[in-house]
Design a protein around this ligand. Structure first.
Ligand code: MLT
Ligand code: MN
Ligand code: ZN
Length: 299
């Protein structure tokens, strides 16, 4: 299995356009600290790749990833579609950037599809440009490409809805936010990707115990970070993101796994955006990594 990390930031990115916090200012002064919105590219088969989430940075993310470049024919692209873990704007706005295609394949759970079609009206807006081909992302492993070894499955995480979808009617409440499990049938190795963790359900724990690599929500270092930064009025947990350390922190759970473990989806307030922050040693001591833009993961 070959995965390229295309971005590692939470909504807004690092730096965020309207923010001069230490994290954002630091990234303006030190370009190597910049983080694009969290996303992965996964190879489904030879020369065929899927994005995991489609971010507002999608155009730049494709250009910076040689495996995603078009060619040799003028309009041939290796990008075969998009898999969505949720319907949040930072994970879906990039779909509109793909409208130059004839068709866009989108693999998503039923509530995510419902939110995009009725909340964002993505079908009405995009169909005049490109056909949307929807595929269901469910709990059972299914091949991503007929001629490839990779299978995908959704592991339900939480019922946290995007703010724009607050008023939409029901649907399968457990599948608003899922973790994506990618398994290579050839090697038996698997990767679990969960950029939004409002909770740590038993099914997620089981999937994490079975995985060889686990990449999870590292939006906030601790629960009080959004309040302390002065930009938020809710704790991390109340915003739908379990913190890394402190009460309810995910780091001890990750450290107890046998897998390679990494954090992604860092908010610009997260002290980990400063390479000199002491928090890096805390994670290293637990055997946990911070994902970096451009990183390649081979499993
Ligand atoms: C989140 O992760 O909580 C959302 O993406 C926030 C946002 O960007 O609106
Ligand atoms: Mn987000
Ligand atoms: Zn900032």
């Amino acid at each position: 299995m070959r995965v390229r990390v295309l971005g590692t930031a939470a909504g807004g990115g690092v730096p965020q356009w309207n923010c001069a916090c230490p994290g954002c200012s630091g990234a303006r002064a030190h370009p190597e600290r910049r983080r694009r919105h969290a996303s992965l590219a996964v190879r489904a088969a030879e020369g065929r790749w899927y994005l995991v989430n489609a971010t507002p940075d999608l155009g730049d993310q494709v250009e910076d990833c040689p495996e995603l470049h078009p060619g040799p024919e003028p309009r041939h692209t290796p990008l075969a579609g998009v898999i969505l873990t949720d319907a949040e704007l930072d994970h879906t706005l990039g779909i509109a950037r793909l409208r130059e295609a004839d068709r866009i394949r989108i693999v998503a759970t039923a509530p995510v599809r419902h939110a995009l079609l009725t909340g964002l009206r993505l079908g009405d807006v995009l169909t005049p440009y490109a056909a949307l081909d929807w595929d269901d992302l469910g709990p059972g492993d299914r091949p991503l490409a007929e001629d490839g070894d990779l299978t995908i499955a959704a592991v339900p995480v939480s019922a946290k809805r995007p703010r724009y979808a607050a008023g939409l009617d029901g649907h399968d409440e457990g599948a608003w936010v899922v973790a994506l499990r990618l398994t290579d049938r050839g090697t038996g190795r698997s990767l679990l990707y969960a950029p939004a963790l409002a909770a740590w359900p038993d099914a997620f724990q089981r999937a994490a115990e079975e995985a060889d690599c686990v990449i999870v929500d590292g939006t906030f270092w601790d629960d009080e970070e959004p309040l302390r930064s002065g930009f938020g009025s809710r704790t991390a947990t109340a915003m739908g993101h379990l913190p890394i350390e402190g009460p309810g922190g995910t780091a001890p759970r990750l450290a107890a796994l046998g897998a390679r473990t990494l954090y992604t989806h860092l908010n610009n307030t997260n002290p980990l955006n400063d390479p000199a922050a002491p928090q890096h040693a805390v994670l290293a001591g637990r055997g946990i990594e911070v994902a970096a833009d451009g990183m390649v993961i081979e499993l």
